[in-house]
Design a protein around this ligand. Structure first.
Ligand code: GAR
Length: 208
């Protein structure tokens, strides 16, 4: 059974999708053992507690720089004996020292079809604002392995979602979450836990 540690910063709807998938048996061979938040008071922490999952707050604002914060996160991951680390709305960029300690064992859900609308500064609603500004007809979500390049790691799963006339960033965000993020994140976690993901160069092969 693999230990899954989920990193969050906010509302935690993607965490909820993972908890639901775990409880309905979709995630085989894996268990969420800890939820770590970069912010005190994040609603994601309540979601974890309601389901008996242990929580930790490692507040970014209590650390003066990214390196000392990244060391604190790394210590917590090691303490939890994490096999898989999932960024589920985790809004802090960690130093590469964390990624190097967990190569191809950290994944992130991003609310766009990478390589569009991604990289530093593209997070949360901002991503949907930019997609609407550009006038794309299709957007979606991506789950990828985390590397030292922000949003640049090997892509595991993607799902497209239509942009509709009259969409606001909020409406589009909700559609992308419902139709894409909440589906592909649990799927990717499940595939990882069953050892079905193989990284070949910059691509991810899904084994039968
Ligand atoms: C989600 O849309 C997630 O993809 C996005 O933030 C939201 C968090 O929602 N993440 C990023 O933009 C990271 N670059 P949640 O807290 O309800 O899961």
């Amino acid at each position: 059974m693999k230990n899954i540690v989920v990193l969050v910063s906010g509302g935690g709807t993607n965490l909820q999708a993972l908890i639901d998938a775990q409880e309905s048996g979709i995630i085989k061979n894996g268990k969420i053992t800890c939820v770590i938040s970069s912010k005190e008071g994040a609603y994601a922490l309540e979601r974890a507690k309601k389901h008996g999952i242990s929580t930790k707050v490692i507040a970014r604002k209590e650390y003066s720089d990214s390196i000392s914060y990244s060391h604190a996160i790394l210590d917590a991951l090691n303490e939890e004996k994490a096999d898989l680390v999932v960024y589920a709305g985790f809004m802090t960029i960690l130093d590469e020292l964390v990624v190097k300690a967990y190569p191809n064992r950290m994944m992130n859900v991003h609310p766009a079809l990478i390589p569009s609308f991604c990289g530093k500064g593209y997070y949360g609603l901002k991503v949907h604002e930019e997609a609407l500004k550009k006038g794309v007809k299709l957007t979606g979500a991506t789950v990828h392995f985390v590397t030292e390049v922000c949003d640049g790691g090997p892509i595991i799963l993607q799902k497209a979602v239509a942009v509709e006339y009259g969409d606001t960033p909020e409406i589009l965000q909700k559609r992308v979450m419902e139709q894409a993020e909440w589906k592909i994140l649990p799927q990717a976690v499940s595939l990882f836990c069953e050892d079905k993901l193989e990284v070949v160069g910059s691509a991810v092969h899904i084994k039968d």
